[in-house]
Ligand binder design. Structure first.
Ligand code: GLA
Length: 693
């Protein structure tokens, strides 16, 4: 049992393999946080602190560690829930009224029932424990059992209390082409807010928090949580004047109003959270393994070829067939036809919404290309952007009222497109039917689902920010029921939809349109802190890179992309015989190490050298791979000593280096380390190793 309840039934101790989380019910019926950290043995030892006012200006609620603070009374800190009742009352007063425990397959769940003191409104606080992963999922369900509607103005899924000040908060910042730029900042007095208001993207920040006490990869305390939501989220970290740090995350209340009709309930998106006393590595390992084993489908991701950077909108059957044949020759297993195959889509100006195959480009239908792909024993994938429409498209001419808009205002376009109001049943049905038809008519194995602009001018409904993405989830979930073999890639102008809301519904993330192999090292490193490697799509593309104009050797480009789910996006018809041969060799090598990369344990290794080496390790049982990159060799041109992780101390490992095989003990490799010296710019190496049986 991972849930321990005290004899008085007023303290709940939630245990995972090595952590504990505790809260209790006080004599006023408030649910009060007691502990989050290393595992504790018993629920009986806790005592509920007596609350005393600091002064009349510092009411007790300000120092009460509430699990789920609601708006009302003398509460001035961030609250998780603010609602308005039909009679105009704008405060909540809850009372604890019992609990339930439910047993799942990999989890156990505690549900705490709270009821408003006056109104027939229930709040259920959910704590789902995944003991084996040292993770917990928190969420809340609001149930309106009144005869009148309830308006929810703000709902955050949970509050966490961390009993320290001066923590480090880390997340990512960025924009298109520069997603996942990691930043770390000190939390001091006041608030740190990260959020998204665009409805569509996580280019700018990502819905997770990491708070640490000067942790490293392998040491120190880390508290973390990832919100299972795509779209408008907000997260607030607040260091209070009372000696603790609070963190909340949930739906962004910006321009949001949810109305719960009588009998309706609302389940807030869950936060997947955990604690590590052994640094960031443990955090990443727990999240990665949880995602792989519980959210993502089984099986290895195919090596992909995508024709976007090669042909952009200039798509035609003849060239795509040639590309497919060449991709097969290189060793690709999945051919993805990107934008430009449908309607009058010759540029960004037109086509979105008109999802019929363009006859000029595919005079013999899409079948000609699909047959050629299948003849090469490859899977076939196709790009769509279902939530959007171009003003010139026939769909918009037929249904101008299907877009988000205000009757009295000019609707903004972005990338020459409008956003469809997919929360309208007829629009949702149109999109589902269009995709169902596409998947039924053609032998398609992979959908790249794109969304290339933020939502705006949402019309009178203020719940669409939330409902829009729920509708996307629903459409894909339904499609997958009918077409279970199809994999879905979540793309939004690159990495605009990377989060734990979409993962599991979709299978892969398009990490970024920035395919510069060097920039990708930073992007991939930051991504890997929270998200699993198997879902990280990474392509090798042509040089000079379209964005950075940098010229990077093909080997480095392959090595960088081999760190995730490998893809190729070059104009491979222009490959020299040497490039073809190198690509074949790299793809062959990737397939050999793919189970270790996609299903293994991932380590960000320390670089003790003054030269900026990027060092990573993947380990799966007795097999391992070490990646080393040196984008630019600097003064001294020194090597580095890389200390591996996770090995068996007593075992002898064989390392296949460029200078031949060497044998070293696990202890030597972990504590002394392996000397590596890369020279020149954009130098890289992959060293495979194994523990012989
Ligand atoms: C977005 C995607 C790209 C590509 C283009 C096509 O920018 O991120 O990968 O699919 O759209 O228009």
């Amino acid at each position: 049992m991972s849930i321990a309840i005290s004899t008085n039934k007023d303290v709940f101790l939630l245990n995972t393999k090595s952590t504990s989380y505790a809260f209790g019910i006080d004599d006023q019926g408030l649910v009060r946080h007691l502990y989050w950290g290393k595992k504790l043995p018993s629920a009986e030892e806790f005592e509920m602190p007596q609350l005393t006012e600091v002064s009349t200006n510092d009411p007790v609620y300000e120092i009460t560690r509430e699990e789920f603070p609601v708006y009302g009374g003398l509460r001035y800190k961030e609250h998780c829930l603010k609602a308005t009742f039909a009679d105009g009352t704008r405060e909540l007063v809850y009372q604890y009224c019992g609990y339930d425990v439910e047993q799942g397959d990999a989890c156990e769940e505690l549900i705490l029932h709270l009821r408003d003191a006056h109104y027939d409104l229930l709040l259920d606080l959910h704590y789902k424990l995944y003991p084996d992963y040292d993770l917990m999922e928190r969420s809340v369900v609001v149930k309106n059992q009144m005869e009148e509607p309830l308006q929810i103005e703000k709902i955050h899924s949970a509050q966490f209390h961390i009993p320290y000040e001066n923590l480090n908060f880390s997340n990512v910042h960025g924009h298109w082409g520069a997603e996942q730029q990691r930043f770390v900042q000190k939390v001091s007095y006041g608030k740190v807010v990260i959020e998204n208001r665009r409805g569509i993207s996580s280019h700018n920040h990502n819905p997770y928090f990491i708070l640490d006490r000067d942790a490293t990869e392998t040491t120190g305390e880390v508290y973390f949580g990832a919100l299972r939501l795509t779209g408008n989220f907000s997260g607030v970290v607040e260091q209070t004047p009372y000696g603790e740090t609070l963190v909340q995350m949930g739906l962004n209340s910006h321009d949001c109003l949810l109305t719960l009709q009588p009998g309706e309930s609302f389940t807030a998106p869950a936060i997947l959270c955990g604690y590590s006393d052994s640094g960031f590595e443990t955090m990443s390992h727990n999240l990665h393994r949880f995602a792989r084993e519980n959210l993502m489908g089984e099986g290895l991701r195919p090596v992909l070829y995508n024709s976007w950077e090669a042909t952009e909108f200039h798509v035609n059957s003849r060239d795509q067939v040639k590309l497919a044949q060449k991709a097969a020759e290189l060793g690709a297993e999945l051919f993805v036809l990107d934008d430009g195959w449908f309607g009058e889509r010759h540029s960004i100006q037109n086509g979105l919404g008109d999802w019929y195959v363009n006859e000029g480009k595919f005079p013999n239908g899409l079948e000609e290309l699909i047959d050629a792909v299948k003849e090469q024993n490859m899977m076939f994938g196709i790009w769509v952007e279902p939530e959007m429409v171009n003003p010139k498209a026939q769909l918009y001419q037929d249904h101008p009222d299907w877009i988000y808009h205000y009757e009295t205002r000019v609707t903004d376009t972005s990338r020459v497109q409008y956003v469809l109001n997919i929360t309208k049943p007829e629009v949702k049905e149109f999109i589902y039917d269009m995709l169902d038809d596409l998947l039924t008519r053609y032998d398609i194995d992979y959908i790249k689902w794109d969304a290339n602009r933020p939502i705006s001018q949402t019309g009178p409904q203020r719940d669409v920010w939330y409902k829009h993405i729920q509708t996307v989830y629903e459409i894909v979930t339904e499609l997958k029921k009918k077409h279970p073999k199809v994999l879905f890639e979540a793309c939004a102008s690159g990495g605009g939809r990377i989060d734990y809301g979409i993962l599991g519904i979709f299978d892969d993330f398009w990490t970024s349109d920035n395919t510069d192999a060097c920039d990708r090292l930073y992007i991939q490193d930051a991504y890997s802190r929270i998200y699993p490697i198997k879902a990280m799509r990474a392509w090798v593309t042509d040089c000079p890179n379209f964005l950075s104009q940098r010229v990077i050797p093909l080997t480095f480009r392959y090595h960088s992309a081999m760190m995730g789910s490998l893809g190729v996006g070059c104009n491979i018809l222009k490959f020299t015989p040497e490039e073809t041969e190198l690509s074949q060799k790299m793809i062959r090598q990737y397939k050999e190490i793919r189970p270790i990369i996609q299903e293994g344990t991932f380590y960000r290794l320390e670089n003790p050298s003054a030269n900026q080496y990027f060092l990573y390790e993947y380990l799966k049982e007795d097999l391992g791979v070490l990646f080393a990159f040196l984008p630019q060799s600097k003064v001294g041109h020194r090597g580095t000593t890389v200390r591996l992780r996770g090995l068996d101390e007593a075992a002898a490992y064989v390392l296949h280096t460029s200078k031949g095989d060497i044998v070293k003990s696990g202890s030597y490799l972990m504590y002394h380390g392996l000397e590596i010296r890369l020279t020149g710019d954009y130098a890289s190496a992959i060293i495979r190793f194994e523990k012989p049986q």
